[in-house]
Design a protein around this ligand. Structure first.
Ligand SMILES: [Zn+2]
Length: 383
């Protein structure tokens, strides 16, 4: 190969490389997200608004990592975060959102009650697209009718882009200093703090106390009827739907009435060592919470729900009579457990706690329980 040919090849290679780079620069062709210093901008903006980000006063809530390709900011975010001596377990809650959610950050300052909410856009250009600072101290907002009306207006105007309830309740709950970190971990999945998720936390503790999760013991949850509580079980026990740990379905009001004691779900405890499977049927009564929390009937939801959360956060209240009730504990076998999982079966009917018409509690009528009639009437009549 002579020098001329090598030279020609080299020029060809340079030309090709230049072509590849220039193609990459054409808008729409580049898939790499430009993440240059966007997180530094976000932190600086919050710092300017709040007058500083102090480890003892700050909670950052964000959905970073959930919106599409937002993971590219993770390293820069944590570098900014740790530069300010913030701690993962003390100053941060990374909530799960859907992939098409905006990327947002809420910086809450406990000392002032101020919260700076920031949304960013990213892609070809990265920038702060929305920013607002509001005082969200619950005591001040709920002080009187005027303050309540003022915040209601901001909720209606979606001042935090629809995340007012989530940010207000999580921030104020955290500010009490009594937030159980394991509850916070559930809120990461659930992405807001509500009495429903709090009730799941209470029920989870009840189960762990009464049927300890020891070696060889596992739970299968029939969250029926379903409400926000399920996400606690998924997080705490790894009872994911994909692994068959949780089965979720609803009940009609008549079915709830027939079962009685405000049914919350059926917690099946499989103990491999003992060779037993027990269906623990529990009720959870929100009337007890509402009677005790101090909420008034005309309070808006953000007031009554936060007051219920506060009451449910206090472990001293967990033994309140009627809050959690045992509807039934039934020994079952593998075949019954499999029947309970089937799409056309109501697990309460399978257990004999509800007749297939859904409106009579068989135990009250002396109808025999499991197995005798459980699977004979399909589909279940809706009433
Ligand atoms: Zn909820």
């Amino acid at each position: 190969m002579n020098i001329k040919r090598i030279k020609a090849k080299f020029i060809y290679l340079v030309f090709l490389t230049a072509l590849v780079f220039s193609l990459g620069a054409i808008p729409g062709m580049a898939h790499e997200v430009n993440n240059s210093e966007l997180m530094a901008q976000v932190f600086a903006a919050a710092e300017a608004e709040l007058g500083g980000i102090e480890p003892e006063n700050t909670l950052i809530i964000t959905d970073l990592g959930s919106p599409a390709e937002s993971y590219v900011f993770l390293d820069e975010f944590y570098s900014e975060f740790y530069e300010r001596d913030l701690l993962y377990t003390k100053n941060l809650l990374v909530v799960q959102n859907s992939r098409n959610s905006p990327l947002w950050f809420a910086f809450f300052d406990k000392s002032s009650g101020n919260c700076t909410y920031i949304e960013v856009s990213y892609g070809n250009e990265s920038e702060i697209s929305y920013q607002v600072t509001e005082n969200i101290a619950f005591d001040a907002l709920s002080k009187n009718q005027e303050s309540i009306a003022a915040w209601n207006e901001k909720v209606n105007a979606k001042v935090f882009d629809g995340r007012e309830f989530a940010i207000l309740t999580i921030s104020n709950g955290w500010a009490t200093g009594k937030f159980d970190y394991e509850l916070m971990q559930c809120l990461e999945l659930h992405n807001h703090f509500c009495p429903g998720v709090s009730s799941g936390f209470v029920l989870a503790h009840w189960m762990e106390e009464n049927y300890p999760l020891e070696e060889g013991v596992s739970y299968t949850v029939f969250s029926c009827p379903n409400w926000c509580k399920e996400d606690v079980f998924v997080k705490r026990w790894d009872t994911t739907p994909g692994k068959g740990g949780i089965w979720v379905s609803s009940l009609t009001d008549n079915e709830k009435e027939a079962i009685g004691n405000s049914p919350a779900g059926i917690f099946v405890v499989t103990d491999k060592n003992a060779g037993t499977i027990k269906a623990v049927v529990l009720g959870f009564d929100f009337n007890v919470v509402n009677a005790e929390s101090g909420a008034k009937t005309d309070d808006p939801a953000w007031v009554s729900k936060y007051l219920a959360d506060l009451w449910l956060m206090d472990q001293d209240n967990w033994d309140k009579e009627g809050l959690v009730s045992v509807i039934s504990v039934i020994d079952i076998d593998e075949a019954t457990l499999n029947e309970m999982k089937r799409a056309d079966n109501n697990p309460y009917v399978v257990l004999g706690l509800l007749n297939p018409a859904g409106n009579v509690n068989p135990s009250k009528n002396g109808i025999p329980g499991i197995g005798n009639w459980a699977n004979k009437f399909k589909p279940m009549q809706k009433v």
